[in-house]
Design a binder for this molecule. Structure first.
Ligand code: SF4
Ligand code: SF4
Length: 377
């Protein structure tokens, strides 16, 4: 299987006349949107579409609007994405239909205090042009600590009392099992949802933690379902991204997946999966996709990090690199890379004679750190 890192149809939709381009694209290649399929998002009771909208990479509100007009009813954004512009884009897509769509956003990953969390949500409400968000998520938990911080909980409870948020969630990429298990074991059941990285390459312990969380009625939403979204050729009418999405959704503990859909082509590719079963042929496609990406796909498990004497945050460096090479989103890649303290970024590797960190999946960590530093520093 050939994979690549070049853009797909973004150029078609980029530039001026975006709404026109979307219309022309829709007219040029007729496409039947599938009938929406819903699952319940844990104890929130919200019935959300199994393929929902990850807006992180979407530069134009018209693309999101097409999905919402065809029944997608959950859209996920974040304060951080596109330096705040992504919430504005989602806000424009919601014009006139806010009451038909559930909106999830995230506080900034750096916000820890009560005031910071409240400020984030109030800014989100302004940029989204709404009076409430349905799910507010603490962005990027790497351990249980932030979820149990009294300041965090006070802020969220106050926001809920004021009617500004409805349900509480977290997002996590690293130490996911620890985070999920902590939420399940929380006697207060404070958090209602978790957005987790989950795909056919995920560790067994992540799958087990998701099952436990699902049984405890924590609403689970899957992201990173396409293992980096590296451009790849379709086989037999099904693309590896579609097969990967189907794989994630065959897990009944996942309420929905939120693939990032940049343009109309990606929207059609992902939305088509709603209601499709995972079939034997998909397994073959995923085997080949796996072989194509395995030399550079990192699952962000973080297990290599204890072996690095300089404390490099290898999993976050690799996530930044995936945003650059897989998602082809340089802005997101650079902003994620810059969140890493300089002495824990890949720049620390220049002082290290031999890489002694070991990847459980056999990745060449030194080469990846070098590539990240060259591309993103
Ligand atoms: S080269 Fe490897 S062991 Fe050395 S600092 Fe970088 S990641 Fe750590
Ligand atoms: S480099 Fe390997 S061990 Fe380290 S986080 Fe990625 S997959 Fe896990």
């Amino acid at each position: 299987m050939k994979i690549g890192m070049a853009g797909t149809t973004a150029a078609l939709i980029g530039g001026t006349g975006i709404a026109d381009a979307v219309q022309q694209y829709a007219a040029a290649e007729p496409f039947s949107f599938p009938k929406p399929v819903y699952r319940t998002l844990g104890r929130t009771g919200l019935k959300i579409t199994t393929v929902s909208f990850g807006a992180m990479l979407t530069p134009e509100s018209e693309v999101i609007r097409v999905a919402l007009d065809h029944g997608v009813n959950y859209v996920d954004t974040a304060r951080k994405y596109m330096d705040g512009r992504n919430e504005e884009i989602v806000g424009r897509a919601l014009k006139g239909i806010r009451d038909k769509v559930y909106v999830a956003t995230k506080t900034l990953p750096t916000s820890m205090t009560k005031d910071e969390i409240i400020r984030d949500v109030e800014t989100s409400l302004k940029t989204l042009q709404t009076d409430h968000v349905d799910v507010i998520q603490l962005h990027n938990l790497t351990d249980r600590q932030r979820a149990f911080s009294p300041q965090t909980r006070e802020a969220l409870l106050k926001l809920r009392e004021q009617g500004k948020v409805r349900f509480f969630g977290v997002t996590t990429h690293k130490n996911q099992a620890e985070v999920l298990n902590a939420l399940v074991d929380d006697p207060d059941h404070f958090f209602d949802t978790a957005l987790v990285a989950y795909n056919f390459k995920s560790d067994k312990e992540v799958g087990e933690a998701i099952a436990r969380a699902g049984m405890a009625k924590l609403g689970i939403i899957a992201m990173k379902t396409q293992a980096g979204g590296y451009a790849a050729e379709a086989m037999g009418g099904i693309s590896p991204h579609q097969a990967a999405l189907k794989w994630a959704l065959k897990n009944g503990h996942i309420a929905a997946a939120i693939p990032g859909m940049r343009d109309m082509a990606e929207l059609r590719e992902d939305i088509a999966v709603m209601g499709m079963p995972f079939e034997l042929a998909d397994e073959g496609i995923l085997r080949r996709y796996n072989a194509a990406v395995e030399s550079y796909y990192c699952s962000f498990c973080g297990r290599c990090e204890a072996g690095c004497p300089l404390g490099v945050e290898i999993s976050t460096v690799n996530r930044s690199l995936m945003y650059a090479e897989g998602y082809r989103d340089r802005e997101l890649a650079v902003s994620t890379y810059r969140e890493i303290p300089r002495d824990a970024s890949a720049s620390a590797c220049s002082d290290c004679p031999v890489c002694v960190a070991r990847c459980v999946n056999g990745l060449d960590i030194r080469a990846m750190m070098k590539r990240a530093e060259t591309l993103l520093a």
